[in-house]
Design a protein around this ligand. Structure first.
Ligand code: GDP
Length: 290
């Protein structure tokens, strides 16, 4: 089977092979392993913690066991068991939020669900335009307003419209101005509260979009968003364009929040479900070349 997630680790694997070599190996000396894991952008403290438990020569099986433990989190399955099922999509500008919303809309439509979009990032005109273009391409309705209008009002209208018209899923874009933390905090809290007014169970999922090319530095952003609204799951974008694939271990280890999906390109099809086994196997292939 063609493994897209594994393939998206190609750049990370190349970087690892530069250090450990591309030949097949049974075991890797600890110091070399340390260098390779740090090169793949696994956080230094986590690498040290991992290596402390390992012998001087590390086999594939032994390392796999340790890497597995990091992903020991609640299941990352999304069950659309409510109507409307509301997703708030959160993250800093440029992380890939709008593109991810389009990918999710495409996926859910293909799964047979009806989808409506809400352009609640009213701060940037470009964000509204971009999401509107996707709505047209994907042929899904969008609730939007002019730049500068109240994002909470758009959220309310989107969920109310989903309820009134019987849509299965609402995907709501939010603003990501992290440099203005207080405002962002207030805005996101207001969006969550107003969602509940429109439909008490909403939002059923608050998903954080993180750019993998930022590596471990994305973790601090994620912590802030988690403190503000409480994140249910993570979507990591741009894994295709980075050698920092190891940062996913740091993200999960630090936040203890499951990764649901991974973005592996700019097209609407380029979203894959995150599978921890496939991901770990990909990393191990880079290290042990088998
Ligand atoms: P937003 O500001 O968070 O809404 O980010 P956008 O959705 O506008 O994405 C920013 C840029 O990243 C755009 O050029 C996207 O095409 C690109 N992008 C988003 N997701 C991915 C991905 O998974 N892989 C790659 N290679 N590019 C992506």
């Amino acid at each position: 089977m063609f493994k897209i997630l594994k393939k998206s680790l190609n750049k990370t694997k190349e970087a690892i092979k530069q250090i450990v070599g591309a030949e097949k190996k049974e075991k890797i000396p600890k110091d070399l392993l340390e260098e390779a894991l740090i090169e793949a952008d696994i956080d230094y403290d986590l690498v040290e913690k991992l290596l402390n438990k390992l012998p001087n020569e590390v086999s594939r099986e032994r390392l796999k066991k340790e890497l597995d433990k990091i992903f020991n989190l609640p299941e990352n399955k999304i069950e659309i068991n409510d109507k409307p099922y509301v997703f708030l999509i959160i993250g800093v500008n440029g992380a890939g939020k709008t593109t991810t919303i389009a990918k999710l809309a495409y996926k859910f439509k293909n799964d047979g669900y009806s989808v409506i979009l809400g352009a609640a990032d009213t701060f940037r005109a470009a964000a509204i335009e971009q999401l509107s273009r996707w709505a047209e391409i994907l042929d899904v309705p969008i609730i939007k307003t002019r730049q500068g209008h109240d994002p909470a009002a758009i959220t309310y209208d989107t969920i109310s419209s989903a309820k009134a018209k019987g849509f299965d899923i609402a995907l709501i874009d939010t603003a990501g101005r992290l440099h203005n933390k207080k405002n962002l905090q207030n805005e996101l809290k207001k969006i969550v509260n107003i969602s509940k007014k429109a439909y008490p169970n909403a939002p059923q999922k608050k998903l954080l979009v993180i750019d993998a090319t930022q590596g471990s530095s994305a973790i601090n952003q994620a912590k802030i968003f988690n403190e503000v609204v409480g994140i249910d799951g993570i979507i990591v974008t741009k894994l295709d364009g980075t050698a920092k694939g190891g940062s996913l271990f740091s993200i999960v280890n630090e936040l203890k929040i499951p990764i649901y999906f991974v973005g592996v390109g700019e097209k609407k099809e380029d979203l894959v479900k995150f599978d921890k086994n496939e991901f770990i196997e990909g990393m191990l292939e880079g290290l042990y070349s088998e």
